[in-house]
Design a protein around this ligand. Structure first.
Ligand code: GAL
Length: 402
């Protein structure tokens, strides 16, 4: 335990403000407090991180970066390039991160071969969350195909239940869209269309089918979806007001925080057409370069805490994700997490493990924002045709990487 002489404050930027998220981050605060360090919360809500990352940019421009910020995927490299990040190699070698992490994850956390960020978890994005009550009311089963989804939706609607809980925010629309692209086109198509932004894939019939399936979903949402936060949508499923939600497994954190249990109260099902694939979203904290040696120590203490088996276990039990450190025991985890972990390994062997584009794991932030805007317009512009949607995506695909 660090003595209070070395204690310092660690300011952490994150967007974990929902019930399940707040419970999860609480564990990190607790571990740091146990070492005598003080947590300074820099929470910017909004889900998906768009607002939080805007706030981060401002702070760095002002020359006042936080100690740590929730940054992921290619953005870690972008911040590394700007010379803004601290070197965590000593903590990494002390805790043998190179051995503890899958090598693809370790590479994401490094800039020019040096660790600059620490990973927290692995979320699976392509889930469909289903209220057991709602499903029973229409004697339904979890849909295996998009057609089954729509016919179940029709029955739910007749029974007075909102079939699909959703919030019409750009990142929620994009999350649903990437799930549909995977479900309709499969992992190779997903890579070509959304990661390589290949015009031929974007102009294909498969993309037209994905766009029409995506737009058809809107008819199964309710009028209150505009600007609804994702956790409020989850809460509709928790209460049985809505039957289903497409969302990464941070949604499970909300069910658990509300005292619900998988199989008893809700189901986690692979989204239609995606049972043999996995969209991954890995949360991580990048550490900013600081001057004060005490602050640097506190920052390292945080990195060390994040990779400790205790944190990897307790955090992910609350968050709905699985530990990213491979040696952590999953015996206490529920079957959704066990499945996620098995799929993570199995899909990587069949080349069906793909990074989330909506959650900033795959393409540059300028490109991500452009595609996200296009998807948001496709969802909202009812008078446009599916071909117009293709045009919007093609234009977004031309935006240069930043
Ligand atoms: C994601 C993040 C998840 C979850 C979600 C909703 O971008 O990776 O951990 O918190 O946003 O806030």
């Amino acid at each position: 335990m660090t003595t209070s002489l070395n204690a310092a404050e660690v300011e952490v930027l994150h967007w974990w403000t929902s019930g399940g998220e707040a419970k999860s981050i609480q564990e990190l605060k607790r571990l740091l407090a146990a070492q005598g360090h003080k947590w300074r919360d820099f929470a910017v809500g909004g889900g998906g991180g768009d607002q939080a990352l805007e706030a981060l940019r401002k702070r760095v421009e002002e020359g006042r970066p936080p100690a740590a910020a929730q940054i992921k995927g290619p953005s870690i490299q972008a911040w590394g390039k700007r010379g803004a990040l601290a070197n965590l190699d000593d903590v990494a070698s002390e805790q043998r991160w190179d051995v503890q992490l899958p090598s693809a994850v370790a590479e994401l956390m490094k800039y020019q071969g040096h660790y600059v960020a620490v990973p927290v978890n692995v979320h699976r994005v392509n889930w469909l969350w289903i209220s057991r009550d709602a499903l029973q009311k229409v004697s339904g089963r979890s849909p295996q195909s998009w057609e089954e989804f729509f016919s179940l939706g029709d029955r739910l609607r007749k029974a007075g239940i909102v079939p699909l809980a959703h919030g019409n925010q750009p990142w929620q629309n994009f999350t649903t869209f990437e799930i549909v692209v995977l479900g309709v086109g499969g992992p190779d198509f997903y890579r070509k269309a959304l990661i390589q932004l290949d015009p031929t894939a974007i102009k294909s019939d498969t993309m037209l089918k994905a766009i029409s399936t995506f737009r058809r979903l809107k008819g199964y949402t309710d009028a209150g979806a505009n600007d609804r936060d994702w956790n409020r949508a989850t809460s509709m499923v928790i209460k049985g007001e809505a039957a289903m939600q497409f969302m990464g497994d941070w949604a499970k954190g909300e069910f658990l925080a509300a005292g619900q249990k998988p199989l008893k109260d809700f189901y986690c099902a692979s989204a239609p057409g995606t049972s043999r694939a996995f969209i991954f979203n890995i949360d991580s904290f990048a550490m900013f370069r600081l001057q004060d040696p005490k602050a640097v120590e506190a920052q390292k203490a945080m990195a060390r805490a994040v990779m400790s088996p205790e944190f990897q276990s307790i955090f992910n039990l609350n968050k709905g994700s699985i530990p990213v450190a491979t040696a952590v025991n999953l015996d206490n985890f529920d079957h959704c997490a066990q499945e996620s972990s098995a799929y993570f390994v199995a899909t990587s062997m069949i080349h069906a493990l793909v990074p989330s584009v909506a959650h900033k794991m795959a393409i540059s932030s300028a490109q991500q924002a452009a595609v996200q805007n296009a998807v948001h317009t496709i969802w909202n512009k009812d008078e446009a045709s599916n071909e117009d949607g293709v045009g919007l995506l093609l234009a977004a695909a031309k935006v240069p990487a930043d």
